[in-house]
Design a protein around this ligand. Structure first.
Ligand code: HEC
Length: 127
């Protein structure tokens, strides 16, 4: 299961990086309609465990999951920058996110999938 997830994600990112054009917006980089269910469900699990504490409450100035406009703004950074910002921690206009969103036992895939889960939810909410 884990290996399959890795391969799926890996091919996803190879595909993105292999594209000649510079696509940055995460909605253009990732086809959310064909993301494997396992990615979203693991992302949700990580989100509920680690990210929910701030992103569902606004704690520390975190953007609420429901603030789609703000997420659509950050979406333009593209997955790689968003990933680095969560991994290393990020200081925004309204607050500070600790490295890995405080999820110290999260793998790098966990972090990526939690990010994909967020933008997946935001995309659903937009419709
Ligand atoms: C301790 C609170 C806290 C936790 C826990 C947390 N975040 Fe954040 N997050 C923030 C804050 C604060 C910001 C910056 C808001 C701003 O000022 O723009 C942020 C911003 C972000 C951004 C946008 C970064 C950017 O470049 O604009 C993403 C993506 C994100 N968080 C994902 C996550 C994920 C995924 C998790 C769980 C693994 C998580 N966060 C856990 C507080 C938190």
């Amino acid at each position: 299961m884990l290996r399959l997830k890795h391969i799926t994600l890996l091919s996803l990112f190879i595909f993105i990086n292999g594209c000649g054009e510079k696509r940055k917006n995460i909605y253009e980089e990732i086809d959310f309609s064909t993301l494997p269910k396992s990615v979203i469900s693991n992302g949700e699990k990580i989100y509920m465990r680690a990210c929910f504490a701030c992103h569902n409450t606004g704690r520390e100035g975190a953007t609420l999951l429901t603030e789609t406009r703000q997420w659509n703004r950050t979406a333009k950074k593209g997955i790689e920058i968003l990933y680095q910002n969560v991994l290393q921690g990020y200081t925004g206009m309204s607050g500070v996110m600790p490295p890995k969103g405080n999820c110290w036992d999260c793998t790098e895939d966990d972090i990526r999938q939690a990010i994909l889960y967020i933008y997946h939810q935001v995309k659903l909410a937009k419709k």
